[in-house]
Ligand binder design. Sequence first.
Ligand SMILES: O=C(O)CCC(=O)C1=CC=C[C@@H](O)[C@@H]1C(=O)O
Ligand SMILES: [Mg+2]
Length: 323
Amino acid sequence: MDELLAAATVVCLPMRVRFRGITTREVLLLRGPAGWGEFGPFPEYDDREAVSWLRSAIECAWQGPPPSQRSQVPVNATVPAVDAARVPEILARFPGARTAKVKVAEQGQSLADDLARVAAVREHVEHVRVDANGGWSVAEAATALTALTADGELQYAEQPCASVPELVELRRRLTGRGVRIAADESIRRAEDPMRVVRAGAADVAVVKVAPLGGMRALLRLSEELAAHGVPVVVSSALDTVVGIGAGLAAAAALPDLEFACGLGTGSLFEADVAAPRPLRDGVLAATLVDPDPERLAQLQAPGERTDWWLARLTRCHGLLGGH
Ligand SMILES: O=C(O)CCC(=O)C1=CC=C[C@@H](O)[C@@H]1C(=O)O
Ligand SMILES: [Mg+2]
């Protein structure tokens, strides 16, 4: 534990646009013998859930990445639940991306807002996927996805409903309509990530390094998913350049990579702990980047937030052995 505390720095990154209800992203970074790791479970997650994120940070900093199969990873643009008028400005931050993921079903917004945002995105990119973060009931999802596919295909709809039984029912209702369902929260926040697949509720799986407990855990799960015919989309958990490096390393280690990965979210930050990897032609180089000491100092979290994260690190460390 002393080694972990000595290795820790807490940073607070300002965001350009509100995303999943937040405008600043706090994470704790760890420096270990193999490099840097990121511990950034969202503040509302309890320690039991956060412990996988710690396991992942320790893997990165003490073990390093698995062997890679490719040096570049295609990424999608991520479009927060902004007004349709802001879409060009957001997409301009993802040069060359041919796929965009659009947030929908945001609280306080209407289906008309989603339709306008998706229509604006379609003008710029080839493939569009949507992410509802479980915000629709089955009936709402059926209506919304029918409307959203009236003028063009969706690559898939990510977590349209919150629960596995709802996803099963929605998939049954949408039979023959050509709308694939992707599971995100049903994988990363589930006790058993394969449950949603065994239930026949997902065509695609969104997989994230930190909530799954690391790069190697992600690779093991992806192998199991592939055996069930379910392809994966490696995505970020709104990570700094450090966490994105782990996502890129995992994506680069996969034998097959069918879809663009949700690892372009660095573009949503106003500042990061190192110069962001350049996004060219919709592709990121699968490299690991060390934080820049000057930026670390500039982005350092206030004292009381640092104390909060160190206490969380200590509690989660105490839970590590139990799994
Ligand atoms: O998949 C992407 O394009 C980017 C990652 C992303 O959308 C998310 C990152 C972190 C938290 C989540 O609310 C959100 C998601 O639901 O997929
Ligand atoms: Mg999602």
